[in-house]
Structure formats: C-alpha cells, structure tokens
Design a binder for this molecule. Structure first.
Ligand code: ADP
Ligand code: MG
Length: 493
C-alpha cells in the first residue's frame, strides 16, 4: 500500500471499501478495492488468489482495467483504473430534460454487451451487473467494472453478498433460490437497459416481498413508444422468466440494430479477436466458443463449469454426464456386433467364432458391469451434491429467516440506521409478510398496491436505490447494521 497515496474513500460496497488513490510511481489515479480475507480458510484464500489471477488476464476496451493486486494485514487489495466519468447510476440520476435518446442508449448498451461477451466467453459470470458497476471514462466510453469480484469472495461471503446486494437486478431464478447462471447476468443486463430507457428500475416495490413477486411475475411498466420496436422487443427477451429462453450475450450482439454499432467501439483487430471462431482453439481445455450459448458449448468444458452453469448443459439436463453415456454406448456396441453371421462355416471356424463370441460377450458384460459401477458412483456423488446443496439452502434460508426476524424485531424501533425510511405500517395485513417499509411510499398495508411503488421519477429512483439496497436489504438479510456509506450521488446513506 506504500506505493499508493490514499486520496479518499469513494464508496463502501457490500464486500469492502473502494478507495481512490494516487500511484507514487506513475502519478495516475486508481481505485483500490479492499476485501477482508482474514476470516477465510486457507483454501478459500487460495481460491481468491486464483480468481484474482483470472481478473488480471482480462483486457478489453469496455472493461475497467485491472492493474495489480496484493495482500496486506488480512486484506486483499485489487488495484484498477479510475473511471473519471463516474458510474451510469449517477449519470441516469442526473439526467435532465427527459430520457436519453435511443442512439445514446444503444451505444452504451452495445459497449456493455461487448464487455459481458468478453467475460462470458471466458466462462466467468459477472454476478453483479448494475448501473453502479458500469462506468464512464473521461472520453465517454462505457466500461464494465467489478466483474468476477464476487467470485473472489468465498462462498459464504458471496452468499451474504447475494443477499445484501442491490435487489433490483435479482432474476426470477435467484428469487426462487435456483443457482446463478450466465442468463442471470442477462436478466441484470435487461434491468440496466430498462433503466437507461426509463430512468427507473424495471422492478421496484415498497418491500422485498412485493419486489420478489414482481420479479417472479416478470411484470414491469412498459417502455415509452418513443423507443423502437427492436429495442422494446429485445427487453422482452432479456426479461424472459425462463433463463433458457433468454438470449446469450453473443446472440444479443448479433441483432442487426446492435451489430452495426460494434465497429464504433472496437478496432477491426479486436473485433477479429473477439468474434473469431479460432478463439475456441486458443482456449485452454474447457474454453468455450465466443458467442455460443452455454447449451451449445463443447462437452469437455463440463469439468470447469460451475454447478450453476451445468444446468444449461444438455447432458446434465438428463442427469447423466457425457462420459458415462459414452461408456454405456461402448457397452452396447459389442452386443450388436456379437450377433452371429447367418452362414455355413466349417467346424474349426465355428469353434473359433464361438470362442470369439464368448470373449465379446464377456467383454460386454465387463463393460456393462463397469458402467453400472460408474453409474452408482455418479448417483452417490449426485446424492452427496444434493445433500450439500440442501444443507446450503437450509443455511441460506436460516440466514434469511434470521434477517426477517431481525427486521421484524427492529422495525418498530427507531435505530439511527432506520431513520428517514418512511413510516412503518401499523400492522401487517393478511399475507402481507414482513412489513419492511422503505422510502417515501406508504406501505402496502396503508395504501392501494399502486401506491407501493414511488411515483416514477429520478428522485424516487435514487431514494429507493440508496435506501433499499444499502439499508433495508442489508438489515433484512444480514441482521447487522449497514456500514455508513457515501452514495454515488454524494449523499450519506
Ligand atoms: P458497489 O458496487 O457494491 O456499490 P463498490 O465498492 O464497487 O460498491 O463501489 C463503490 C462506489 O465507488 C461505486 O458506486 C462507484 O461510484 C465508485 N467506484 C468503484 N469503482 C470505481 C472505479 N473503478 N472508478 C470510479 N469509481 C468507482
Ligand atoms: Mg462496484
């Protein structure tokens, strides 16, 4: 850290601090993310280091450039370029004079897609796409930041982070406790596109329960007809409730109204690299073809796929890994070949044939035995994975329940953190669930459903974003007081 001079803390995310620094070596400004790793096990720390190495290899004009990382006093520090233009969230908030022109929205969106394609092509999930993680450079280019950082964290922290992170971008599958996958990033991409068009969140509500309901239903206010049919129908695709029906980022970029813009942001050389089919061959074992949706990826990639990604693999769909299927196919083949030819043969030849048949039969039996054994091992493993997943889900649910309890317990009080959250409802109506009332809008119990969502406008967007994500959900799911943070708009939250 002695290489850098601390200028100011620019924010505190759910995983640590973001500090603006000046390098004593080159005089440039950088942002350092400080992540506490002292509570991680040595294996988890090792994994974090591996993930940082992955980040270090990322280089793309639309991705915030990683500089270096180091460990000091129980913290992992990740140094990256400072984006002077601020983040998209702030840009949206400070937009005056109506929505952004479609040209502007599409230019930004294409750049975000190019960044996400680069990440997905390398089988990395972003996991935290939101307008606060999309930055503008001083030249007006868009850069995606914080990708992969969620993966740097160990699973427990990551789990907590998923719970305490900004909830507006949660996809239906995450709301239903299903695993995160590349299409969950696509959902969040849709949320960002929607925000750019309307200056509002696609899904918002006065409390977490209603928010989740809206997300699961996939119901969002329509986008203005001033935007083209192409853009509006793309939103419909990105917001498909079934992740399998959402397009991959490669498919999105193939849409003519988007692909015609790519050359504005990438040099022909980089376009060739990013879209070349040869990329597949340059990848290490387990690499994927650019633009291919997960379902079309080659089978050998399976070992490197996270369980979440595996759900999109056709073989995994049937619960049978490809390797096991191949064994069973192999086992079947000799049986077919074992059928004796229908012709007259001499006695010696007959004997030889019989012997060969017996050998083939034996081999087929052995293969069949081996297949059954492997199947049993796989079943056993699947069982173990299932019970591990069940245990994990129990832990999540317990944590969530504790969070809800905490909210219910704390909501009546006037703790300093909760001041300014709006009034708490007098009592929950039937089926209303925990009544966490955040923001200026009255609670569902006090007002008709239409009033749950604040009047659509920038102030409401800003207010809700800041409060619900940083305070409400933090309290809701972590059971702890939120850290005092500086919002991007400079207000203390
Ligand atoms: P989170 O993304 O969870 O809100 P972060 O710690 O990533 O929290 O960021 C906190 C704030 O710091 C962000 O809202 C953003 O405005 C700012 N920030 C983060 N990284 C950069 C960067 N590379 N350049 C400029 N600002 C940044
Ligand atoms: Mg961030």
């Amino acid at each position: 850290m002695e290489k850098y001079e601390k200028l100011k803390k620019i924010g505190e995310g759910s995983f640590g601090k973001a500090i603006l620094v000046k390098s004593k070596e080159d005089g440039h400004q950088y942002v350092i993310k400080e992540i506490g790793i002292s509570r991680m096990s040595s294996r988890e720390r090792q994994e974090s280091r591996k993930e940082v190495a992955v980040l270090a290899n990322m280089s793309h004009p639309n991705i915030v450039q990683y500089k270096e990382s180091f460990e000091e006093a129980g913290c992992l520090y990740i140094v990256m370029d400072y984006c002077e233009g601020g983040d998209l969230f702030r840009k949206i908030n400070s937009q005056r004079g109506g929505p952004f022109p479609e040209e502007q929205v599409l230019d930004w969106f294409v750049q975000i897609c190019l960044a996400l394609k680069h990440v997905h092509d390398r089988k990395i999930l972003h996991r935290d796409i939101k307008s606060q993680n999309i930055f503008l450079t001083k030249h007006g280019a868009v850069q995606l930041g914080d990708f992969g950082i969620a993966r740097v964290l160990n699973s427990t922290v990551e789990l907590a982070r998923t719970c305490i992170g900004t909830p507006y971008y949660l996809s239906p599958e995450i709301c239903e406790n299903k695993p995160y996958n590349n299409k969950s990033d696509i959902w969040a991409l849709g949320c960002v596109l929607y925000e750019m068009c309307t200056l509002k969140h696609a899904f918002e509500a006065g409390n977490m329960k209603n928010l989740v309901l809206k997300i699961i239903r996939g119901s969002y206010p329509p986008v203005s007809l001033h935007y083209s049919q192409d853009l509006r129908s793309l939103l419909g695709l990105l917001f498909r409730r079934n992740p399998r029906e959402r397009p991959s980022v490669g498919t999105v970029l193939q849409k003519p109204f988007l692909s015609c813009r790519i050359h504005k942001f990438l040099s022909p050389q980089i376009i060739a690299q990013e879209f070349s089919p040869a990329f597949l061959h340059k990848q290490p074992p387990g690499g994927v073809a650019p633009g291919l949706p997960a379902a079309k990826r080659p089978a050998q990639a399976s070992t490197l796929l996270s369980p979440a990604q595996k759900i999109t693999k056709p073989a995994a769909k049937y619960g049978v890994p490809l390797a096991a299927r191949r064994v069973s196919e192999g086992a079947r083949r000799p049986r077919v070949a074992a059928a004796p030819p229908q012709r007259r043969v001499s006695h010696a030849e007959d004997e030889r044939k019989k012997h060969e048949d017996a050998v083939r039969k034996k081999r087929a039996e052995l293969l069949e035995k081996e297949r059954k054994h492997k199947e049993q091992v796989l079943l056993l493993k699947a069982g173990q994975v299932k019970s591990y997943e069940r245990e994990k889900m129990n832990r999540i649910n317990q944590a969530r329940e504790q969070g809800w309890k905490h909210v219910l317990g704390a909501s009546g009080g006037g703790s300093p953190e909760r001041k300014g959250f709006g009034k708490r409802a007098g009592g929950a109506g039937p089926g209303a669930g925990p009544s966490l009332c955040i923001g200026p809008a009255p609670c569902p119990e006090q007002a008709p459903p239409s009033a749950i969502v604040p009047a659509h406008g920038r102030a409401a967007y800003d207010h809700y974003h800041t409060n619900l994500s940083r305070e409400g959900v933090f309290l809701l799911l972590s059971g702890r007081s939120p850290p005092k943070t500086q919002t991007p708009s400079g207000r203390k939250s």
